[in-house]
Design a protein around this ligand. Structure first.
Ligand code: ADP
Length: 165
């Protein structure tokens, strides 16, 4: 039987509890899950690519054995669909928060289906307590000295605080 290989792409600047909730759910649906970290220089990330990859690895290390074993973290700089094909991906995973995500994701699915119509995109929703979390807003709260513990995996909290101290 062919293996189901999932790809969860994103910038993860930094990884949040919203992301980890999606990763845990996705890991249950696939045989193997690649977390694809987009270099995304045009978004001018706060954390370097290496920092983002390491923070994801640290967060995944806190998962239970089964979920941990199914996940690898890899940076990518090419077109999403090219990276997916190279990795033998059968399913792309995206998280959906509010209606605001829908418009963009709708367009991406449409465009990506022209590039490869065999790879389906599957949307997952995080637990309601994590749905409102966005990396961008967490960074803003941290910049202004607010409490960020509720939004981030414990290993990420000191790293974000250090960026603004
Ligand atoms: P991108 O630059 O691709 O939007 P992000 O790191 O911001 O990268 O997000 C990666 C994926 O995780 C996206 O599909 C995004 O919608 C999803 N996501 C981010 N935060 C949450 C959350 N709190 N709940 C559900 N999905 C989320």
């Amino acid at each position: 039987m062919t293996k189901i290989v999932g790809l969860y792409p994103g910038t993860f600047d930094p990884i949040t509890k919203g992301h980890t909730d999606i990763i845990r759910r996705a890991a249950k649906l696939v045989d193997h899950l690649v977390i694809g970290v987009a270099i995304n220089e045009q978004k001018r990330p706060l954390f370097s690519l290496d920092e983002r990859v390491d923070m994801i690895k640290d967060a995944v290390a806190e998962f239970d054995e089964g979920a941990r074993a199914a996940v690898t973290v890899e940076p990518f700089d090419d077109l999403l669909m090219s990276f997916a094909e190279k990795k033998g991906v059968t399913m792309i995973i995206r998280g959906l928060r509010a209606v605001s995500d829908f418009e963009y994701e709708f367009q991406m699915v449409g465009m990506n289906s022209f590039l490869n119509d065999e790879i389906e995109t599957v949307f997952l929703m995080a637990d309601p307590q994590y749905q409102a979390i966005a990396s961008k807003l967490v960074k803003e709260i941290a910049r202004l000295g607010g409490k960020i513990d509720d939004f981030l995996p414990p290993s990420v909290v000191p790293k974000l605080i250090a960026k603004y101290s």
